[in-house]
Design a protein around this ligand. Structure first.
Ligand SMILES: O=P(O)(O)OC[C@H]1O[C@H](OP(=O)(O)OP(=O)(O)O)[C@H](O)[C@@H]1O
Ligand SMILES: NC(=O)CC[C@H](N)C(=O)O
Ligand code: SF4
Ligand SMILES: [Mg+2]
Length: 473
């Protein structure tokens, strides 16, 4: 997924960016980076690891400037190597620039080849650098950021929420389908654009609104300006942001993620009731879903597993071996709650089955009589090409298998996944505004070899005469 942030302030922004990245840590654990601009010079620091490992007070002190970007990475295109750590910085037409991206393009290869044929040199293997090139290519011609973003929206396929620093301005735009989140907040002395509203909260700011799909916003000392570059016939907000990825206390596209998860939990009971002694979440991501199940069933909510609070997310670790080792250290049973009990265990999703198989065995070893698994997403049957690391059908436990086969595979007494209909109800948006690709196998845009129900996008005609000022002004 990745977490992105752009901040304009009255004083140095490195510490606010650091706190914002801290709030977005759950979106990417592989690397972190901050870039700032002080009116004369661009400062940067980035490295592998968690935000708290990459930065310390001295480093933050060196990152001077009133405008800046931050990024936490979860790799989807381009390996886990130093060159691929964002934000990327460059000088263009005499200006210092930087870019950070959340999402995944589906036409990276094609665009890259086209640029390479023209003699363009790339220094990373990411899709994000391709976006930087599309922007620079258009700025070279028109000098207008609106035209550059229009070019992006016409040429880029896939998902992209982007923050772009051009010295004292931070631009932010979201793909016309709004696949990945992006929101705007007001801080005490400036503005923030970031992946999730929890980063606005971390700065004690006020959430203004989401960046609209297809919109370009600009924050600077002058305030907030915006222009709608493209409009689509429907959107395609990723349902996995609500199910798993986002923090439960974030508000995304007007919905509090915690409430969506609670409603999913309530629906799980209505769809698959069971008699049990307790409802227990798989922490952290299953907690809100489990409270919903307990509310609608009346079965007491009690934690049967305690999470080691120093362990991060296992799903977003890059290798299967890393993930398997991590689950063992991560979750430990509360034996006194479990022994001789019938338990409903609620998690947000089963992807490869690493977590659920392991925890069911942990619960049974701790003396549980029955373990009924309830899952807050419909079965994941197909890959994600749009920013979640689920690249092949082979690795997905539910792909090509029946519910019974998956139940056997994870050793559960019973298994139920929430239905697509109840999921859509819980999110409270029309199905045409959601991406359900990995659940239904039908994607919101054309992807080679897959079925699609594409949205159609209209672009504002001609070039720009809007309220966002020229790039080289
Ligand atoms: O079937 P799997 O391949 O194991 O993947 C699914 C699990 O991975 C995620 O948890 P994770 O531990 O990554 O994060 P969390 O702490 O936020 O729940 C998710 O919440 C499921 O528990
Ligand atoms: N998960 C993401 O949003 C990652 C952004 C970009 N595709 C990268 O791999 O660096
Ligand atoms: S395919 Fe699934 S995970 Fe990927 S963007 Fe769509 S809903 Fe989200
Ligand atoms: Mg989990």
């Amino acid at each position: 997924m990745c977490g992105i942030v752009g901040i304009i302030g009255a004083g140095d922004v490195s510490i606010p960016i650091y706190y914002a990245l801290y709030a977005l840590q759950h979106r990417g654990q592989e690397s972190a980076g901050i870039t700032t601009f002080d009116g004369k010079t661009l400062f940067k620091h980035k490295g592998p690891g968690l935000v708290a490992e990459v930065f310390d007070e001295d480093i933050l002190h060196e990152l001077k400037g009133f405008s800046g970007l931050g990024h936490v990475r979860y790799p989807t295109t381009g390996e886990k190597i130093a060159e691929n750590i964002q934000p990327f910085t460059f000088r263009f037409m005499g200006r210092f620039c930087a870019i950070a991206h959340n999402g995944n393009l589906t036409n990276t290869e094609k665009l890259r080849e086209e640029f390479e044929k023209r003699g363009q040199i790339f220094s990373t293997t990411t899709d994000t650098e391709v976006i930087g090139n599309v922007i620079a290519d258009e700025l070279r011609k028109s000098g207008r950021m609106e035209d550059a973003v229009l070019a992006c929206m016409k040429r880029l396929e896939g998902s992209y929420s982007v923050v772009f620093l051009s010295e004292d301005k931070v631009y932010a735009f979201r793909d016309p389908l709004g696949i990945r989140p992006l929101c705007i907040g007001k801080t005490k002395d400036g503005y923030i654009v970031c992946s999730e509203s929890v980063a606005v909260d971390a700065l004690n700011g006020t959430l203004i609104r989401d960046v609209r799909p297809g919109e370009l916003v600009c924050i600077s000392k002058k305030g907030l300006e915006s222009v709608q570059i493209a409009e689509s016939s429907g959107h395609a907000h990723c349902v996995f942001e609500y199910i798993y990825f986002a923090r439960a206390d974030s508000v995304i596209d007007g919905r509090l993620v915690y409430d969506v998860r609670r409603k999913i939990g309530q629906a799980l009971y209505l769809e698959a009731p069971v008699k049990a002694d307790l409802v227990s979440p798989v922490p952290d991501s299953g907690i809100a879903h489990a409270t919903g199940y307990s509310e609608s069933s009346g079965i007491p909510y009690r934690e049967g597993l305690i999470k080691n609070r120093y362990m991060g997310r296992t799903f977003i670790m890059p290798t299967q071996e890393d993930r398997e080792n991590a689950v063992r250290i991560k979750l430990n049973p509360v034996k006194g709650h479990i022994k001789d009990k019938s338990i409903v265990i609620v998690d947000d999703s089963i992807v490869r089955g690493t977590t659920s198989k392991r925890i069911i065995n942990i619960l049974k070893d701790a003396g549980a009589e029955e373990v009924h698994m309830r899952v807050g997403s419909p079965p994941i049957k197909a890959p994600c090409y749009l920013g979640v690391d689920m690249p092949t059908r082979e690795e997905l436990i539910a792909s090509g298998k029946s519910n019974e086969e998956v139940k056997e595979g994870i050793d559960a007494t019973s298994l139920h996944h929430v239905s697509v209909e109840s999921l859509i109800d819980a999110i409270g948006m029309p199905a045409d505004d959601l991406c359900l690709g990995c659940l239904t196998g039908v994607y919101p845009l054309w992807i080679k070899g897959e079925k699609a129900c594409p949205r159609y996008t209209d672009f504002i005609k001609g070039s720009y005469q809007t309220n966002i000022k020229e790039f080289d002004e």
